[in-house]
Write a protein that binds this ligand. Structure first.
Ligand code: NAD
Ligand code: LMR
Length: 333
């Protein structure tokens, strides 16, 4: 493996490397889709000891793909080793939801993983570290990781709601027979769960307000439930949770954060609330954000439609319940 450009490599740590999402994600990162075509990467892949043999097969395949941007690949079952000097930490490794399970069922099972990884990131990562939690329940896992790493600025922690955002864009594009590239200013608010709030009231379709192109009844009865329940629909159909689209959304999330959002548009990203839009400070909630030079800002001053505001209150209530549950489990201290 050798990197062909002059930029120094960036270190990307990925947990859950032998899993379904990582099987797509690692290859997209190595191809330059996440950090750009001139940015070499060093991959550090974290797995549990039992999965290291399977991970070796993934490493062979990364090698066999001969990616010019892939400077090195290392594997480990030791979190502090994985996060040593890391610039990006993609926390994917966790137990996924099975048929009939709610994300909240995963809190206890997965919370401890994110506490240990938060501590390891604080102890070892680069001071440029940016953390993206994909493993579910993603928002509350990010809250746990942030609580375990109090010396890292809060704005460096994020959770993935880009998949929900992409799903919402795709549904609106299909409904209006537009190209996905013609949709701008979509929003997903709240938790990455069935209480999430896909919001097209500020969206534009080829420059026209979406609200003038679709009926309110469609938004309420089809758009919102389809997007919010898409994860369960994929599980029911595939017998396993979404993986390729989740990997693609993780790539999109980090690319937008690191390389910036396009002029005149924004994306949805779960970040630590500073009290924006009535979301209590400290909760990890999805917001519309713009990003420049590796820093994001919540889009300010949007007026919330009454339905959206009510749905957001319900999603925030769920985030508060999850926070209280993990606090009771001793995962926030
Ligand atoms: P998977 O079971 O195929 O892979 C998970 C991997 O994580 C496994 O290889 C497992 O050994 C590993 N792992 C478990 N504990 C670990 C630890 N402590 N350290 C390192 N690795 C560990 O699951 P998947 O399909 O890749 O999904 C991963 C996670 O992503 C799940 O929690 C899933 O629910 C979530 N997910 C989130 C979104 C989203 O939009 N936020 C979308 C899809 C899936
Ligand atoms: C998804 O949204 O596809 C994932 O979070 C999987 C799930 O559990 O819904």
């Amino acid at each position: 493996m050798s990197a062909s450009t002059a930029n120094p490599p960036v270190t990307v740590a990925v947990s859950g490397g032998a899993g379904q999402i990582a099987y797509q994600l690692l290859f997209r990162i190595a191809a330059g889709d996440m950090l750009g075509p001139d940015q070499p990467v060093r991959l550090r892949i974290l797995e549990i000891p039992d999965a290291l043999p399977a991970l070796e097969g993934v490493v062979m395949e990364l090698q066999d793909a001969a990616f010019p941007l892939l400077a090195s690949v290392d594997t480990t079952a030791d979190a502090p080793v994985a996060f040593e000097g890391a610039d990006h930490a993609l926390l994917v490794g966790a137990r996924p939801r099975g048929k009939g399970m709610e994300r909240s069922d995963l809190l206890a099972a997965n919370g401890a993983i994110f506490q240990a990884q938060g501590r390891a990131i604080q102890a070892r990562a680069s001071d440029r570290i940016r953390i993206t939690v994909t493993g579910n329940p993603a928002n509350t896992n990010a809250l746990i990781a942030a609580a375990a790493a109090p010396d890292i600025p809060r704005e460096r922690f994020s959770a993935l709601t880009r998949l929900d955002h992409n799903r919402a864009v795709a549904q609106l594009a299909a409904k209006t027979r537009a190209a996905v590239g013609d949709i701008r200013r979509m929003i997903v608010w709240g938790n990455h769960s069935t209480t999430q709030v896909p919001d097209l009231t500020h969206a534009l379709v080829a420059g026209e307000p979406a609200t003038e192109l679709v009926e309110r009844g469609w938004v309420r009865d089809e758009f919102v439930p389809t997007v919010a329940n898409r994860g369960a629909a994929v599980i029911a159909a595939r017998g396993a949770s979404s993986a390729a689209s989740a990997a693609s959304a993780t790539v999109d999330h980090v690319r937008s954060w690191a390389l910036g959002t396009p002029e005149g548009d924004w994306t949805s990203m779960s970040v630590v609330s500073r009290g924006d839009y009535g979301v209590p400070e400290g909760l990890v909630s999805s917001f519309p954000v713009t990003a420049v030079g590796g820093d994001w800002s919540v889009v300010e001053g949007l007026e919330l439609d009454a339905d959206v505001a009510a749905q957001l209150r319900a999603s925030v209530a769920e985030l508060e319940e999850e926070r209280d549950q993990v606090r009771a489990l001793g995962l926030l201290g």
